[in-house]
Design a protein around this ligand. Structure first.
Ligand SMILES: [Zn+2]
Length: 206
């Protein structure tokens, strides 16, 4: 996913899993509202095409996915529930029953129907694909991600004032940054300046 920060920087961010792509890349309520990309219902299908749902990879054009205002409200409720639960896990706080109920409820709905495309031998999704089905897929991913063992790998970026949350899928499990292009580089620059200053001060005492 390519994110555009309100400060102008554009950088790539791998949330590690579908549900955190929705939680992190689409803004949210309160202070995260400025990151919002789901302004109107049709924005959802466009986002879904670029996300791990990979609509084009399943033979679906985003224009085919009809999304209503009610769908968008449900998706935003789901997004807040995923964000709040992942935030609680990443920062050591207790998740709320209210949020878990929303996730479990939406996950229990019908998802997409996979089928084999005889011509291409690829997996496609049976038409029509609805926003409600896609929400169920995201919620099921959240059920997997927010339970053990995956939840032990949910992290928040270690950068100052950065609240991006991701699933650390690296083998050693030591990923610290949302993106090397953003917080990773900032950290390197700060460390370098710190060392440089330290060396100068040290040199001055000799
Ligand atoms: Zn960051």
């Amino acid at each position: 996913m390519i994110l555009a920060h309100p400060d102008g920087q554009v950088f790539s961010f791998d949330a590690g899993t579908l549900c955190l792509e929705l939680a992190c890349t689409s803004g949210g309520e309160g202070t995260r509202r400025r990151f919002e990309v789901l302004h109107e219902p049709s924005d959802f299908a466009r986002w879904a095409a670029r996300s791990r749902l990979d609509l084009p990879g399943h033979g679906i054009d985003s224009a085919e996915v009809h999304t209503t205002e009610a769908n968008l409200r449900q998706l935003k409720r789901l997004r807040e529930a995923i964000w709040a639960t992942a935030y609680a896990i990443a920062t050591g706080g207790p998740p709320h029953d209210h949020d878990l109920r929303i996730i479990n409820d939406i996950a229990s709905g019908p998802g997409v129907v996979a089928q084999l495309d005889l011509a291409t031998a690829a997996t496609t999704w049976r038409r029509p694909v609805t926003a409600r089905q896609l929400a169920a897929e995201i919620a099921r991913d959240a059920v997997e991600t927010l339970s053990r063992p995956a939840r032990d790998r949910i992290r928040m970026c270690a950068g100052d004032n950065c609240y991006l949350i991701y699933l650390d899928t690296s083998r050693p499990g030591r990923r610290r940054w949302c993106s090397m292009q953003r917080c990773g580089n900032r950290h390197k620059a700060t460390t370098f300046r710190g060392r440089h200053r330290g060396a100068q001060e040290h040199g001055g005492t000799q």
